[in-house]
Design a protein around this ligand. Structure first.
Ligand code: ADP
Length: 537
């Protein structure tokens, strides 16, 4: 995906659906920390009470209540994390599905790659939202609350700790630079593996027939080995983050708290109990920050995945569509069009022609000339890189290999027009000479198509696709003429159904045979992406 197609759009907000529970999780962390701080103060009071030989029951009761409350609240943490992750994942799955369905199969990405992003990638974003994000925000908010408690006991100690604390995020940012490239590499390797795996399954028959399945298996093994080493690299950096935060910081904070407490105690500013409380508070301060370190890899992987998911969602806005309201229905205008695929292949350059409503045009040329690319531009499935493509009204594709979904006859037809009545369906089935077949072999419109249901021959599937196109009632029909050899009777029936479809409509057909060209009003000839005949005179 080129970056220019996404400029001007705000990046997708991925976490707003879980804003409530996210706030809850941070609040929970803060409340638990304050309960612990209260417990630290209670311990201090207890120590002082013992030292003075006074009553300690009150302090003990308070301590017990605080510790119990904190333990009870601990149970809410995982619950909130799951809620956040589930909400974010559910929403993202929907959005990704919508985006992918909207763009169609021309996302310019391999199916496996898209599947990888939509499954594992979204899981990673969910973990980021549920596990890491509350840690991160909590790691910033909770220490502030704790330092406030320290300040109540002894403000100079609070001051020293407040200066020490911001060092941790700084350290982590430094590490993150290094991490960013490692985790992006990890995601890319994981996607590659998913893509290969899916390709392998989809192409299993081809691989088997070519006797290549074993070699492909080896390739998959190599891809998963690469993933393993990337995972190790990721964990190594994570260990480094842990080590840095843990050792350096833990030690620094506890030592600072202890030294301050000792100094203030000896100068008589605080009691023994308060000194003890200060040291405990110092230890508490570290907890939220080591939490960030512990889940650092979740954050890093999640962020790389989030970037990829955002990229998928951004595809939605680039939905081209060639519909041009300024043109009369059925008119087609192609002006100086150029198109290059992502890999740099120049499929079309400087192609111009016009088609009047009701005209029939044959696209001809050798394989690779750019006929399919031009057809996809007319259908609005691709967007021209240069020039413009305009179509008046709706266009519909009838391809060589029509896609029929598992489902009923009616469902397959209503894809073209969800509001069509049963009568409408029967009308187009009759026009495609399929009504008798559907009645006799499927038992009606609700008969299933596919493995367990109505088995359609190639010619019948083709005619069902034509019936569907008829139902779409488009102004422009783009037709990829079947190349496979069908018997004469089948061909005659397809021909007849097509004639009904083409009647009164503009037709652009990718023609493979001379006989087809004969029936056309005009021929647009392509070679190497350029027009050799049929342009404006
Ligand atoms: P035709 O339909 O006339 O056989 P195409 O429009 O399919 O020609 O292809 C035109 C050129 O674009 C060819 O060089 C082909 O290899 C290339 N091409 C087609 N589809 C893709 C794609 N998805 N990615 C990269 N190159 C492509």
């Amino acid at each position: 995906m080129s970056s220019d197609s996404t400029t001007g759009r705000r990046p997708e907000r991925l976490f707003t659906v879980a804003a409530g529970p996210l706030r809850g999780a941070v609040l929970l962390a803060l409340v638990r920390a304050l309960l612990a701080a209260g417990a630290a103060l209670a311990v201090g009071a207890l120590v002082d009470g013992v030292a003075d030989g006074g009553a300690v029951t009150g302090a003990l009761v308070v301590l017990g209540v605080l510790v119990a409350a904190r333990a009870l609240l601990a149970m809410a943490g995982p619950l909130l994390a799951t809620t956040i992750a589930t909400r974010v994942e559910r929403r993202l799955r929907r959005r990704v599905l919508d985006a992918v369905l909207d763009v169609g199969p021309w996302t310019g990405r391999r199916t496996g790659e898209v599947v990888g992003r939509a499954t594992e990638g979204i899981d990673a974003v969910g973990a980021l939202a549920g596990t890491f994000l509350p840690q991160l925000v909590g790691g910033m908010v909770v220490p502030l609350g704790l330092i406030a408690v320290v300040a109540v006991v002894d403000w100079p100690t609070a001051l020293v700790l407040a200066v020490l604390l911001p060092l941790v995020p700084l350290l982590l940012r430094l590490l993150e630079r290094r991490f960013a490239s490692v985790s992006a590499r990890y995601r890319a390797t994981a996607d590659e593996l998913a893509a290969r795996f899916l390709d392998g399954i989809q192409g299993l028959r081809t691989l088997k027939s070519l006797d290549r399945s074993e070699a492909y298996g080896d390739e998959l093994a190599r891809a998963s080995d690469r993933l393993r080493s990337e995972t190790m690299a990721l964990l190594r950096v994570n260990q480094l983050a842990l080590l840095a935060v843990d050792s350096l910081f833990t030690l620094g904070t506890v030592v600072a708290a202890a030294v301050m407490a000792g100094w203030r105690l000896s100068s008589g500013a605080i009691t023994v109990g308060e000194a003890v409380a200060l040291v405990i508070l110092g230890v508490l301060l570290i907890e939220p920050l080591t939490g960030i370190g512990r889940f650092f890899y979740v954050g890093a992987i999640g962020r790389a995945a989030a970037a990829q998911v955002r990229e998928l969602l951004a595809l939605e806005s680039s939905d081209p569509g060639a519909d041009d309201p300024s043109l009369p229905p059925g008119a087609v205008r192609v002006r100086s069009v150029g198109y290059a695929y992502d890999d740099g292949t120049e499929a079309l350059s400087d192609v111009s022609f016009e088609v009047a409503p009701g005209e029939r045009v044959a696209l001809v040329g050798p394989s690779g000339a750019g006929k399919t690319t031009l057809a996809h531009l007319l259908l609005g499935l691709l967007e021209p890189a240069r020039g413009s493509v305009g179509v008046g009204g709706r266009s519909v594709l009838v391809s060589q290999r029509p896609f029929l979904f598992h489902g009923t006859v009616a469902e397959n037809l209503r894809l073209a027009d969800p509001d069509a009545s049963d009568d409408d369906l029967w009308a187009v089935l009759r026009a495609a000479d399929l009504a008798a077949v559907v009645e006799a072999r499927a038992g009606g419109l609700d008969g299933q198509i596919g493995e367990r249901g109505l088995q359609l021959s190639g010619g019948e599937a083709q005619r069902l696709a034509i019936a569907r196109a008829l139902l779409a009632d488009a102004d422009v029909v783009v037709l990829d003429e079947p190349t496979s050899n069908v018997d004469l009777e089948t061909e005659a029936r397809i021909r007849q159904a097509l004639d009904r479809l083409m009647e009164g409509r503009t037709v652009v057909v990718i023609a493979h045979r001379r006989s087809t060209i004969a029936g056309m009003d005009r021929v647009v000839a392509l070679e190497g992406g350029r027009m050799t005949a049929g342009g404006p005179t």
